[in-house]
Design a protein around this ligand. Structure first.
Ligand code: ZN
Length: 69
């Protein structure tokens, strides 16, 4: 039996490699906002990005896709 609510926990994902070649981090979340929040934390701690610029945010949002695809 599939639990329909289970799939919603990780519905969207952002592969960091799409923005930072060579990085294997994948931010996952139930929606784009959660994915962006995790990606921003990752960018700050791993890529030393002090702030997410509009440019980077736009690229990141464009790279978010359905999880598991
Ligand atoms: Zn990364």
């Amino acid at each position: 039996m599939n639990n329909p609510t289970e799939g919603l926990l990780v519905a969207r994902e952002l592969r960091c490699a799409d923005l930072m070649p060579g990085c294997d981090f994948v931010a996952q979340g139930k929606d784009d906002s959660e994915v962006m929040r995790k990606a921003a934390e990752h960018a700050k701690s791993v890529h030393r990005m002090a702030a997410i610029s509009m440019e980077v945010e736009r690229k990141a949002r464009a790279a978010i896709r359905d999880a598991g695809s």
